[in-house]
Ligand binder design. Structure first.
Ligand code: SDX
Length: 430
């Protein structure tokens, strides 16, 4: 399709707009010169039909329920690889050789500690502060400690900052969790793999040894893979926009965490579990499905629906399988929340409203049940999403910084406010 053109007739004038094709997926109509040619802007609140960039990192086919990281199907990566292999793939574009993987694991592992003065930031928070509030703060604060990796024009510093973010997020997340439950911070242990290290930093206590359950650490590693990247979603677009001003990577990731927190986005896993707890029993599911369909009721089924997936979210399928694995390993029989979730899914997928609007369970529908069974409180669910998505944010940020055509992002608007008018002195106002 490259080289083809489309023609827009605007105000009686034909305007030629170039069409660009990607490797797979929808082509794009390049409107970057439209304002200069017509004096008009395009209008697309929510960016439902707008491509913000060219990217080689992740591809989603929402109709077919396909998710590829650098061309590899998520199902194969989740089945055969581990999270740090996925991190390498997202950052470098290719699967690592055995020696490249060993070197990458070594480099990440040796960046897991944070500057000990970071501990003091936590003390300023109330113990019941939401861990996402803490994560926004301490992630941004990293830029105050790592001046040797905030010059984004230096490729070496960009890579060091990327490794530091991937390595330190589990440590900061575990510290946020420990702080919220009044337990001492647990330092990373370098001989453990990424997910095992995180589980130990969350659940070990100084007064006894902690044995990592390999089934749980494998399940958590897979959950991290599922959450690693997802094209230009709201938080990734936030990171790109922040990065387009030249802001340092730690500040950009902090902005991404803030955006992910919203219940329409990464906060949905916490909201979905709270919804299941509010429904309480399988026999009340129909009542809530009716609420979700009621135009006058703002209630939505959390963990259902997606801007891109108009089919089953492929991550939700793998998540559901992982949920059963974890519950079996933990000997959790007939988890009431799982029963409610399965009943809700069955009813919704047969309901005309959900079929017509193509609403399917998304990744957040089952993740909460799994994380709760592992011992994480609901307030930590989105923190784990942010932990896993950090590599995607960083890879997209690097791609944006290294894109020669990138400029500061600066959307325009359709102005519907007051026309120009003169100031009225206060004595003359009604
Ligand atoms: C994530 O973008 C990503 O890739 C995000 C993510 C990632 O990995 O980064 O996949 C992670 O954020 C997953 C989504 C988690 N959010 C939720 O589960 C919250 C519940 N779902 C929604 O609020 C909603 O589905 C969104 C926000 C996910 C998508 O919203 P859209 O694309 O703007 O769709 P919409 O709100 O315009 O809904 C279309 C219609 C509406 O009805 P009509 O106005 O056309 O009559 O579907 C209805 C909505 O009312 N609808 C729902 C619904 N979701 C949409 N009705 C009931 N329950 C729902 N969950």
């Amino acid at each position: 399709m490259d080289g083809k053109e489309s023609t827009l007739n605007f105000d009686g004038k034909d305007v030629a707009l170039p069409v660009k094709a990607g490797t797979i997926g929808p082509s794009v109509i390049d409107i970057s010169k439209l304002y200069g040619q017509t004096g008009a802007f395009t209008y697309d609140p929510g960016f439902t039909s707008t491509a913000s960039c060219e990217s080689s990192i992740t591809y989603i086919d929402g109709d077919e329920g396909i998710l590829l990281y650098r061309g590899y199907p998520i199902e194969q990566l989740a089945e055969h690889g581990d999270f740090l292999e996925t991190c390498y793939l997202l950052l470098y574009g290719e699967l690592p050789t055995a020696s490249q993987k060993a070197d990458f694991d070594y480099r990440v592992t040796r960046h897991t500690m944070v500057h000990d003065q970071m501990n003091r930031f936590f003390l300023g928070f109330r113990r019941d502060a939401h861990p996402m509030a803490i994560m926004v703060a301490v992630t941004g604060a990293l830029s105050a400690f790592y001046h040797d990796s905030t010059d984004i024009s230096d490729p070496q510093q960009r890579m060091i900052a990327s490794m530091r973010m991937i390595a330190k997020m589990p440590t900061l997340a575990a510290m946020a969790f420990k702080y919220s439950i009044g337990q001492p911070f647990v330092y990373p242990k370098n001989e453990l793999d990424y997910a095992s290290n995180f589980l130990r930093m969350c659940f070990a206590v100084p007064c006894e040894d902690y044995e990592v359950n390999p089934i749980l650490s494998r399940a958590l590693d897979r959950i991290f893979i599922l959450h690693a990247d997802h094209e230009q979603n709201a938080s990734t677009s936030t990171v790109r926009l922040a990065g387009s001003s030249g802001a340092n990577p730690f500040a950009c990731i902090s902005a991404g965490i803030a955006c992910l927190w919203g219940p329409a986005h990464g906060g949905a896993n916490e909201a979905a579990l709270k919804m299941l707890e509010e429904i309480g029993t399988p026999d009340r599911v129909s009542e809530y499905v009716a609420k979700a369909k009621d135009k006058n009721d703002p209630f939505r089924l959390m963990g259902f629906g997606h801007r891109v997936y108009k089919n089953y979210d492929p991550r939700a399928r793998i998540m559901q399988k992982t949920t059963h694995e974890v519950l079996n390993e933990l000997g959790v029989k007939d988890d009431p929340l799982l029963e409610i979730a399965m009943e809700l899914e069955q009813i919704a997928l047969r309901d005309e409203y959900f079929i017509e609007k193509k609403l399917y369970p998304n990744i957040d529908f089952y993740s909460g049940i799994t994380l709760k069974a592992m011992g994480f409180p609901t307030t930590m669910f989105t923190v784990l999403f942010a932990l896993a998505r950090t590599v995607g944010w960083i890879a997209q940020w690097k791609e944006m910084v290294e894109d020669p055509s990138q400029r500061i992002g600066r959307p325009r608007q359709l102005y519907i406010g007051a026309a120009e008018r003169d100031y009225t002195p206060i004595a003359q106002r009604g």
